[in-house]
Write a protein that binds this ligand. Structure first.
Ligand code: DGL
Length: 259
């Protein structure tokens, strides 16, 4: 049992989709969340820039005495988690596009992956993709432009719908039966996506798996907290009001922090 917080970071508000999954399975745990929206999108930055930002976020969470860090960002995980694990003596949980479950479930043997350029160009992603690509067509699509729209709170805008349609239409035409969401911002697009795709196409994201893995690792290191009232501090270095709109209905403390 351990009362230290779970630290979570993302390039912005996207990782709150992971934070919500974590709170479902770990309701008693205190959390500290960093939305680095000032530097979003990470997906358009160089691997070195993504690494530097990931180190900065990690160092802040360590200064707050977190017991585990969840990298709630595919782009930061695929570009930085190996380094973070080698440099910092604390467990890290990462998130990667869920290629394996999509490949195993696909009957059309065609799956689509919507992720950032930073994720799609990373060695970690490409190793996984190559490992599961035998007999399967994996259609990759860079979701350029989607993260800034979500960061602006424009989830349901005409611009967002048009961009999504442009990205998913070629995949749908090629016969995908699963669409993997490889960015933690994208689960917020699921209601819009469902309206734009044929209903037989399954949408897969990794949020629930990441939350379960976080619980498993806390148990393994005897760090799990199973009673009490949790505190949840979420910080953004940009617009507090927008972050709050993604957390309606949750008991949280949302504030500005210059990190
Ligand atoms: N939420 C981040 C991810 O999962 C978005 C990356 C970005 O800021 O471009 O990849």
């Amino acid at each position: 049992m351990n009362k230290q917080s779970i630290g979570i970071f993302d390039s912005g508000i996207g990782g709150t989709s992971i934070w919500k999954e974590i709170k479902k399975v770990l309701p008693f745990e205190d959390t500290i969340y960093l939305a680095d929206s000032k530097n979003a999108p990470y997906g358009e930055k160089s691997p070195q820039e993504i690494l530097d930002l990931s180190i900065k976020n990690t160092e802040y969470l360590l200064s707050r005495n977190c017991k585990i860090i969840v990298v709630a960002c595919n782009t930061a995980t695929t570009n930085a988690i190996s380094y973070l694990r080698s440099k910092f003596d604390i467990p890290f949980i990462g998130i990667e596009p869920a290629i394996k479950p999509a490949v195993l479930k696909s009957t059309s043997k065609k799956i689509g992956i919507l992720a950032t350029k930073g994720t799609l160009s990373s060695a970690l992603f490409n190793n996984t993709s190559n490992a599961y690509s035998k007999g399967i067509t994996i259609i990759e699509q860079d979701g350029e432009g989607l993260v800034p729209l979500i960061e602006a709170g424009l989830v349901n805008s005409i611009e967002t719908r048009q961009l999504l349609l442009k990205y998913i239409t070629p995949m749908v035409e090629q016969g995908i039966d699963h669409l993997v969401l490889g960015c933690t911002h994208y689960p917020y697009l699921i209601p819009v996506l469902k309206g734009l795709m044929p209903p037989h196409i399954q949408i897969i994201d990794s949020g629930e798996a990441v939350a379960k893995q976080t619980k498993n690792v806390l148990e393994k290191y005897d760090l799990l907290l199973e009673t009490g009232v949790s505190t949840n501090q979420l910080y953004t270095n940009a617009d507090v009001a927008i972050l709050k709109t993604f957390l309606k209905g949750y008991t949280v403390d949302v504030s500005y922090l210059n990190f």
